[in-house]
Design a protein around this ligand. Sequence first.
Ligand code: CUA
Length: 164
Amino acid sequence: MQVHRFEKVWLGAALLLIVGFIATVAYGSVGVGVAMVDDSGGQINAQAVQSGNTGTQFDDPGVVREGEDHYAVYVVARQFQFVPGSGDDPIRVPADAKVTFRVTSADVVHGFAVVETNINTMVIPGQVAEVSARFDEPGTYGLVCHEYCGAAHHTMGGSVEVVP
Ligand code: CUA
């Protein structure tokens, strides 16, 4: 049987589209370069995160100075708060410094997004999501969980205070 040349071209195009769709689902919009499923910070035992004995900075989450111009923020997400970040415990970082957020979950899948920035990642139990940014402008930025995580998902949020 002979396959017509145009038919081959269209078959190829259809295959490319399917691969493209799968890639879009897995990695978000093409070209942004931020994987939606982010384990760039490595693996971690979610049960140990829950009980606070990971032997890592996640046992005492917060802001840690890592260098002259570099801060790391360890955040534990759990139903229904960010520690630190929620309630009267905002994440406080300096303006115009490199800030690396390392976020993990103690229970279910959460989201971690800082409003008005491109800081946006899924937070998956067992994995550490790592996102770096630099805040040019001091101010208060909203923090939201954007993955449905249970009955009080819509209340899960907080703030990031960028100080001069
Ligand atoms: Cu946590 Cu939605």
